[in-house]
Ligand binder design. Structure first.
Ligand code: MG
Length: 290
């Protein structure tokens, strides 16, 4: 959630926190709860339901596993999840608004287990959506997979950024630049930034090492990359009114590759970045921007 604004400086100069096996185990538990919650939200995203009702479903689900919703009161955020509809990019605050057929809605969820956080997002269709919207969801989910596939020791953050950007732009969509992914774990936002684009600092981009935990979260616009923020101080939407999608996973860099921590099931023997998880039925992951 709550994708970072790059260049706010808060992450620069701070040290990247490598996690212990015990901390990663807690994040894996948190991640599974996030994944189950996102699945429940996806199943519940039917015409007529309000985003506030969806927020309650998420709160109940997360707490039923003994975890806490990480977003609640984070920087003063007034809800448990972010629910961003159509041209809303991220940080949509749940409320009275009801979902309508043809909408797309991005859910961003965080769960905290014994102080350790996992963060993920997914965008789902409400009823039948346009071919263009379907393409946006597919490409954004694929971009997340491409980014995750670059998360391995010896690569740099910039390799993730480049893979996401290349895939998105090859489909004539654009990546949001105002908000970026982030380190995550002991707190929601840790260094480093994980941009979805190259910004000219690739050479000094941090090298990936085992134990690094990252929220990788492409935010992709159907039109131009510019976004504007609502007067509520939270909601970002596309400046040109085009649709926007958001997919996010929390991963840990392992000895060989990475493990996705925000999956419903523990991966077999980890150490793999599934190339095909975007095809595993309904998108099961989360957003940043939250
Ligand atoms: Mg995030």
């Amino acid at each position: 959630m709550i994708a970072r604004k790059p260049r706010t400086g808060s992450a620069r100069g701070r040290k990247i926190i490598l996690k212990s096996e015990q901390e990663i185990a807690l994040m894996r538990r948190a991640g599974r709860i996030v994944a189950l919650t996102l699945q429940r939200l996806a199943d519940s995203a039917q015409p007529g339901i309000s985003t506030q009702e969806l927020d309650r479903i998420a709160d109940t689900t997360i707490r039923s596993f003994g975890a806490l919703p990480s977003f609640y009161k984070l920087y003063g955020y007034p809800a448990n999840i972010c629910a961003s509809i159509n041209d809303e990019v991220v940080h949509g605050i749940p409320g009275d608004r009801t979902l309508r057929p043809g909408d797309i809605v991005s859910f961003d969820v965080g769960a905290t287990v014994e102080g350790m956080i996992a963060d993920a997002a997914t965008t789902v269709a409400v009823g039948a959506i346009s071919p263009g919207a379907r393409d946006l969801l597919k490409v954004t989910s694929e971009a997340l997979s491409r980014g995750i596939a670059q998360a391995r020791p010896g690569n740099r953050i910039a390799d993730i950024s480049a893979a996401v950007q290349r895939h998105v732009e090859s489909h004539d969509f654009s990546v949001v630049r105002k908000l970026v992914g982030h380190g995550v774990g002991r707190s929601m936002h840790e260094p480093p930034h994980v941009p979805n684009f190259l910004d000219g600092t690739s050479d000094s981009s941090p090298e990936l090492v085992p134990g690094m935990t990252l929220a990788i979260e492409p935010m992709v616009n159907q039109g131009a990359w510019q976004v504007v923020q609502d007067d509520d101080g939270w909601t970002y939407r596309t400046k040109d009114g085009s649709l926007s999608a958001h997919f996010e996973h929390t991963i840990v860099v392992t000895g060989e590759q990475c493990e996705i921590l925000t999956l419903r099931e523990a991966p077999g023997r980890s150490n793999r970045a599934p190339e095909d998880h975007s095809r595993a039925g309904r998108p099961l992951r989360t957003p940043a921007g939250g």
